[in-house]
Design a protein around this ligand. Structure first.
Ligand code: FES
Length: 202
C-alpha cells in the first residue's frame, strides 16, 4: 500500500514560472468560471513537474489561492492520489504494484529487492541519491504481472533476477529499456498469437 510521507524540509514559497502560469491559465479556462476548482489535478501536476517530481506544502497553498478554494480541498486531493508525491523522490522513481494479481505473481520479492538495494523504507532516497521507491495500487497492467513503473515507463513480466538487474542499472544512473522482460509485444502470448491469426496488427 502506498504511504504518503510529507517532507520535513519544505520551501517557504512556491510560484509558477511564467511558462507554467500560462499553462495553468489554459487549464483553468477549460472549465466554467464557477467550476474552476476542477482544474486542481492539472495544476498540481504542473507544480510537481516544476518541483523535481514532488509537491511542497507551499505549492498546495499556491494552488488553493489560485483557484480560490480552501487549502484542505487541495490537500485532500494531493493526499488521495498516489501519483502526487509529497516528499523528494529519486531521479529514478520506482513504483512497485502490490495489488493482488501482482502480489500472487511475486511482487513481494520485488519489494524485498527494493528494500535491499534502494532503501529499507519506502519514500527514502538510495545512498547515492539516484533512486527511491514506493508500493502502489494496481497500475492497470495486471496481465503482465508482476510489474513496476519507473518514472513514466512500465517494466513488466518481471522476476527476481530481472528486477534486480533493472534496479542495479538505475543505481548506476542508467535507465533500462522499458516493456516486457519476456519480450512479449504488449500483452500478446509469449509464443506468438494463437487467435486472430488472419488479422494484421491484431
Ligand atoms: S495488479 Fe499490478 S498492475 Fe494491476
Amino acid at each position: 500500500m502506498s504511504l504518503k510521507k510529507i517532507s520535513k524540509a519544505q520551501p517557504e514559497l512556491f510560484e509558477f514560472t511564467s511558462e507554467n502560469f500560462q499553462k495553468a491559465k489554459i487549464e483553468i479556462s477549460k472549465y466554467p468560471k464557477e467550476k474552476k476548482a476542477s482544474a486542481v489535478m492539472a495544476l498540481l501536476y504542473l507544480v510537481q513537474n516544476q518541483n523535481d517530481n514532488w509537491i511542497p506544502l507551499a505549492g498546495i497553498k499556491y494552488i488553493a489561492s489560485l483557484l480560490n478554494i480552501p487549502y484542505i480541498k487541495v490537500y485532500e486531493v494531493v493526499t488521495f492520489y498516489s501519483m502526487f508525491n509529497l516528499s523528494p523522490v529519486g531521479k529514478y522513481f520506482v513504483q512497485v504494484c502490490t495489488t493482488t494479481p501482482c502480489m500472487i505473481r511475486g511482487a513481494n520479492k520485488i519489494t524485498e529487492i527494493c528494500k535491499k538495494n534502494i532503501s529499507l523504507n519506502q519514500n527514502e532516497l538510495s545512498n547515492n541519491k539516484t533512486c527511491s521507491w514506493i508500493e502502489v495500487e494496481c497500475l492497470g497492467a495486471c496481465v503482465n504481472a508482476p510489474m513496476m513503473q519507473i518514472n513514466q515507463d512500465y517494466y513488466e513480466d518481471l522476476d527476481e533476477k530481472k528486477a534486480e538487474e533493472i534496479i542495479q542499472k538505475l543505481l548506476n544512473d542508467e535507465l533500462p529499456k522499458p516493456g516486457s522482460a519476456k519480450n512479449r509485444k504488449n500483452n500478446a502470448p509469449e509464443n506468438g498469437k494463437t487467435t486472430l491469426l488472419e488479422v494484421k496488427n491484431a
